[in-house]
Design a protein around this ligand. Sequence first.
Ligand code: TMP
Length: 209
Amino acid sequence: MNAGRFLSLEGGEGAGKSTQARALAAALEARGLETVVTREPGGSEGAEAIRALLMQGDAGRWSARTEALLFAAARADHVERVIRPALAAGRWVICDRYLDSSRAYQGSAGQVEDAAILALHAFGAEGLLPDRTFLLALPADIGAARAAGRDGHAADRFAARDTGFHAAVAAAFDGFAAREPARFRRIDAAQPPATVTQAMLDALADWLP
Ligand code: TMP
């Protein structure tokens, strides 16, 4: 049995992560690989319950520190109940957001120290990192316009934040990708969707059958 691989998709609002996660899974399945598409916050029963706490209510419902704890708790359950078992069964896990979203949103944009977020992750999820992380990069203003068109007035606690917050998130992701080139592949998400999917496949060529 082939070893499973753990892939995460990251980026700001409206970058097309969910669509691309499904498209990448379909392309990998066409090559005979078994995939699991999942998301954060959420992806397991317990983590979806925590997601509801995180996404609903006004923007100030939780402080960035409390958010960091809730996201880490959700991630711990998701990793233990869904991600590790899937990898152990040889499946490819494609996760729509993961640890780097905590580092960008609660960390850089929310001013929680990166070391604190990594310490929570070391405890909660025993430090599990993706084998490869795709940053779907899009200027924050274009992403916000796309997300607004998609979500209408039902924007969640995060999408409702101001442009300065989303610009800080985008800059944080760019910084992670630049500092961790072995794990990250930065992809221009303004390209046509099929081009974005192909760019991810090209970046996995070394692992594909
Ligand atoms: P999404 O399902 O539309 O991607 O929404 C999830 C929101 O939660 C998004 O605005 C990013 C935010 N988020 C964090 O702030 N920290 C995290 O660790 C994760 C996974 C998501």
